[in-house]
Design a protein around this ligand. Structure first.
Ligand SMILES: Cc1ncc(COP(=O)(O)O)c(C=O)c1O
Length: 465
C-alpha cells in the first residue's frame, strides 16, 4: 500500500476517505493522501494508529486545554450520563447543572456589565456567534431602533461557519461558492501591523488609521444603521494577529460614541489562553456580548456560552413578554453533559491554578518562539500567553511572503508532523502554536526543538528546489 503524504497507509484511513466528507480539507487531496488517524490521547500528546506520538502544538483546534487524557472530565461525563443524560431549558424547564454553570459563569464574567447580565448556551463557537448576530437584531427591534442592524466585522476575522458567523468572518475561502457574506455585514481592515502597517508607521499610528477607517465607514453608512461590531481579542485562524497597542481603546471609544454593540469573540481566548481568564481582561475590553466555547469544556464535549449584558437581556425579556416567547434556542442548549464537563473543567482550572501556570509558562514559550526571530525564513514572531505564531518570509527585510502556490508553510507543517509535532498553517504561511494550557517547560523546549528540525528541513528543501 502506498504511503500517503500524511504518512498514514492504514486500513482505518482508507475506510475513512471512502465515507467521510471532511471539513476544512482539500477533498480531492485527502482521497489520495488519507488522513492522519489519531486513536488515543495522552497528556499533551496524541497517538496515531501506528503508535507514533505527536505533541499537539495546537491543542487540537485551540481547545484541548487540559490535554487529551484528563480522567476527571471523563468521570464527570459518566456521572452526568448516569443521572440525567439529557434535558432542555425550553418553556419553563431547566436542570440543576445548567443552573449551576450559569451562576458559575456569571461569577467569572470579566466586567461588571456582564456580571449583571446572563448567559445563553449553544454547542459551538459558530452557534454562539450566530446567536450574538441575531441578538443585535432582536435588541435593536426591542428598543425601537429597527434600522440599527448592520454588523461590522474585520478582515481575517474568524467567527465560525454558520451563515451569519461565516458572513462575519473575513476569510475569502469561507465565502467562495457559499454565496456569502449575507447583506448587512460590513468589513474593516485587519489590525495586522506586520502585513498592513505602512513603512515607518508606528503601531499606534496604525491603530489610529484603523480606528479612523472604522469611524469613516460608520459615518458613510449612517450610525443609525450600525448595530454591532465583532472582534476576537487576538485573531486566531486569521493568523494569530495581535492587535497593536491602543487599537481596542480607540475602537471602543468609537463604538460607544455611536451606540454600537461590541461582541467580543472569545472562542479561542476565553478561559486562560492569554494568561487572563478572558482576553477582555488582557485588552481592557468592555463588550456588550462575549462568546466562549472550546476551553470551557477543554473541548471534551461541545458547549458554547454567550454572555449578554443586563441591558440587552432586559430588552430581550420585555420583547419576549410582548411576543409571547423568546423564539430562539437549540435542542442541546445547556446540554447536561456539556454543563457537567464545563463545571468540572472550571473546577480543575481553579484547583490546579491553570491561569498561574499559563503565566509562568508564558515567558518560556515566548523565549522559545523568539529564538526563531533571527532565522532567515522567519519574518515575524508574536505571542501572548500561550498563543503564538511565526510568519514566514521569502524576503525578511521587505516583509515579503512566499508565493502561496509554493506551499512553504504547508511543507514545514508536514515536516513538523514527521518530527512528531502537530502545528497548523494559516494563510500567508503563518505557523500557529496554541498548545494545551498544561504544557510544561520541558515540553515547550521539546516542541521548539521539533519545530527547529522542521525548519532545517524546510531550508534544505528550499535550497534544493
Ligand atoms: C475565534 C473563533 N470564533 C468562532 C469559532 C467557531 O467555533 P466552532 O468551530 O466551535 O463553531 C472559532 C473556531 O475556531 C474561532 O476560532
Amino acid at each position: 500500500m502506498p504511503t500517503s503524504q500524511t504518512g498514514n497507509p492504514s486500513i482505518l484511513a482508507r475506510k475513512d476517505v471512502a465515507s467521510h466528507f471532511h471539513p476544512y480539507t482539500n477533498l480531492r487531496a485527502i482521497e489520495k493522501d488519507a488522513p492522519l488517524m489519531i486513536v488515543r490521547g495522552d497528556g499533551i500528546e496524541v497517538i496515531d494508529d501506528a503508535g507514533k506520538r505527536y505533541i499537539e502544538g495546537m491543542a487540537g483546534l485551540w481547545c484541548a486545554s487540559l490535554g487529551f487524557s484528563e480522567p476527571r472530565l471523563a468521570e464527570a461525563a459518566k456521572r452526568q450520563m448516569d443521572v440525567l443524560p439529557y434535558y432542555h431549558s425550553f418553556s419553563g424547564k431547566a436542570h440543576n447543572v445548567v443552573a449551576e454553570l450559569s451562576e458559575k459563569l456569571i461569577s467569572l464574567a470579566p466586567t461588571p456589565a456582564l456580571q449583571s447580565g446572563r448567559v445563553i448556551f449553544a454547542n459551538s463557537g459558530s452557534e454562539a456567534n450566530d446567536t450574538a448576530f441575531k441578538l443585535v437584531r432582536y435588541y435593536h427591534n426591542a428598543i425601537g431602533k429597527p434600522l440599527k442592524k448592520k454588523v461590522i466585522a474585520r478582515g481575517k476575522g474568524y467567527h465560525g461557519v454558520t451563515v451569519a458567523a461565516a458572513s462575519m468572518s473575513g476569510i475569502p475561502i469561507m465565502h467562495q461558492h457559499f454565496d456569502l457574506p449575507i447583506d448587512g455585514v460590513l468589513r474593516v481592515s485587519c489590525p495586522h501591523a506586520y502585513q498592513f502597517a505602512n513603512d515607518g508607521e508606528s503601531p499606534e499610528a496604525f491603530a489610529t488609521r484603523l480606528a479612523d477607517e472604522l469611524e469613516t465607514l460608520i459615518l458613510k453608512e449612517g450610525p443609525d444603521t450600525i448595530g454591532g461590531f465583532i472582534a476576537e481579542p487576538i485573531q486566531g485562524a486569521g493568523g494569530v494577529i495581535v492587535p497593536p497597542p491602543t487599537y481596542f481603546e480607540k475602537v471602543q471609544a468609537i463604538l460607544k460614541k455611536y451606540e454600537i454593540l461590541f461582541i467580543a469573540d472569545e472562542v479561542i481566548t476565553g478561559f486562560g489562553r492569554t494568561g487572563n481568564l478572558f482576553g477582555t481582561q488582557t485588552y481592557r475590553l468592555e463588550p456588550d456580548m462575549l462568546t466562549t466555547a472550546k476551553m470551557i469544556t477543554s473541548a471534551y464535549v461541545p458547549l458554547s456560552a454567550l454572555y449578554v449584558n443586563g441591558r440587552i437581556y432586559q430588552a430581550c425579556a420585555d420583547a419576549s413578554a410582548s411576543a409571547g416567547v423568546f423564539g430562539h434556542g437549540y435542542t442541546y442548549s445547556g446540554h447536561p453533559l456539556g454543563c457537567a464537563v464545563a463545571l468540572e473543567t472550571l473546577r480543575i482550572y481553579e484547583e490546579r491554578r491553570v491561569l498561574e501556570h499559563v503565566r509562568a509558562m508564558t515567558p518560556v514559550f515566548q523565549r522559545g518562539l523568539q529564538a526563531f526571530a533571527a532565522h532567515p525564513l522567519i519574518g515575524d514572531v508574536r505571542s501572548v500567553g500561550l498563543i503564538g505564531a511565526v510568519e514566514l518570509a521569502e524576503d525578511k527585510a521587505a516583509r515579503k511572503a512566499f508565493a502561496t502556490q509554493r506551499g512553504v508553510g504547508a511543507w514545514l507543517v508536514r515536516r513538523a508532523q514527521a518530527h512528531g509535532l502537530i502545528l497548523r498553517v494559516m494563510g500567508g504561511d503563518i505557523i500557529a502554536f496554541s498548545p494545551p494550557l498544561i504544557i510544561n517547560e520541558a515540553q515547550i523546549a521539546e516542541m521548539m526543538r521539533r519545530f527547529s528540525l522542521a525548519l532545517d528541513d524546510t531550508v534544505a528543501w528550499l535550497k534544493s528546489a
